[in-house]
Design a protein around this ligand. Structure first.
Ligand code: NDP
Length: 333
């Protein structure tokens, strides 16, 4: 059967951020309506903390498709030419189970993660939120700038990261990308003081953000940590916030930002208000007042990769983009 192979550049070209927000909105709603089969991902940890090999299978209907993201996460790649997230998404159709496409997963991960934060921002941030702070200056920082610009008109953007050189590089890359000035902040506190939109996108395993720095009413997209032992926020922030996530089961298994303060007795599982798909479908209440602190904890779901892969493959087929190969799949007799 013909299989379409799509590169990092082709995926990036075919998956513009505003379209990806709408796509993720629909995929999360579909999951809430019962249209997804989604086991927890398998994380194979390599010796000496070198990296992780993640396996993320799922089924989603619509579009009645099967997917598998196979991805390595090597945080030590920072500062090299290699992305910290590399792999492929395999897309199968669900009539005969045939493989349809193989897509670069670095680009899909970069774009779909930020798009989901964009969806959470549209659902939970104050309508006039537009003073953005980004903590972290890597791949996700840049796509989160695009996603926040797609979710709300931005008035101001401040960026902080651990290494000043990373911030300088980010500011240069971000210049002219959106009609807003991007400022380098000297500390995380200076970045978030007075902000009403905050994205944390670092590989830190310990808190980089403190409750006492936060203005009333701000919305946080908390993206970096996705292991039970790692977190980006202090316990006070999580305890003070209305907490939402992409998927309940993932949060309770994989999120140190939630599990560590829970283990300290700060709150129980009921502190999680619900999933973003549930907010979108009107099953769970979102922000209630202009002073609520809302927090979206992103873990990253296989259905997000699958929905993105399906969309990109359709557009590629319409436009004749990609390399098509006959790999197999016919009866072997
Ligand atoms: P990059 O490697 O491109 O960037 C990593 C960033 O983390 C850099 O800004 C770096 O800062 C910062 N950082 C690393 N270690 C520390 C530390 N100890 N303290 C503070 N900052 C630190 O990674 P990505 O942008 O691709 O990913 C960022 C995070 O998001 C990762 O943890 C990744 O696993 C997670 N992620 C989550 C997804 C989800 O679905 N929720 C999906 C994809 C990624 P500097 O350069 O200034 O040193």
């Amino acid at each position: 059967m013909p299989v379409r192979i799509l590169t990092q550049e082709q995926v990036t070209q075919l998956l513009p951020m505003p379209a990806c927000l709408d796509l993720m909105d629909e995929a999360l709603r579909t999951m809430t309506r019962g249209g997804a089969i989604l086991p927890l991902r398998t994380m194979l940890r390599l010796p000496e903390g070198k990296g992780i090999f993640g396996s993320m299978p799922s089924y989603l209907n619509p579009p009645d498709a099967i997917g598998l993201k196979a991805i390595t996460v090597f945080p030590g790649n920072e500062g090299t030419a290699y992305d910290s997230h590399q792999g492929v998404v395999l897309l199968f159709e669900a009539t005969h189970g045939s493989l349809v496409a193989i897509l670069d997963a670095t680009s899909i991960t970069a774009i779909r993660t930020a798009a989901v934060s964009g969806v959470a921002t549209r659902a939970l941030a104050k309508p006039d939120a537009g003073d953005l702070a980004i903590l972290g200056a890597g791949v996700q920082a840049l796509t989160h700038l695009d996603a926040m610009a797609a979710a709300r008109p931005l008035r101001r953007v401040r960026v902080w990261s651990r290494t000043p050189g990373s911030v300088a590089k980010f500011v240069a890359l971000a210049r002219g990308r959106h009609p807003v000035v991007v400022e380098a902040a000297p500390t995380a506190e200076a970045a978030v003081r007075g902000a009403d939109l905050i994205c944390t996108v670092t590989s830190s395993r310990v808190p980089i953000l403190e409750r006492r720095w936060l203005a009333d009413g701000c919305h946080l997209n908390v993206v970096g940590a996705s292991l039970a032992a790692a977190r980006e926020l202090d316990s006070d922030t999580v305890a003070a916030a209305r907490v939402y996530t992409d998927r309940r089961e993932s949060l309770l298994a994989e999120s140190g930002d939630f599990l560590i303060p829970r283990s300290e007795g700060r709150f129980g599982d009921e502190h999680l208000i619900g999933e973003i798909g549930e907010v979108l479908e009107g099953k769970v209440e979102g922000r209630r007042t202009a002073t609520d602190l809302t927090l979206f904890k992103s873990l990253g779901l296989a259905i997000e990769d699958l929905a993105a892969a399906h969309f990109v493959t359709q557009r590629a087929a319409e436009r004749g983009i990609g390399t098509v190969l006959e790999i197999g799949g016919l009866r072997h007799d």
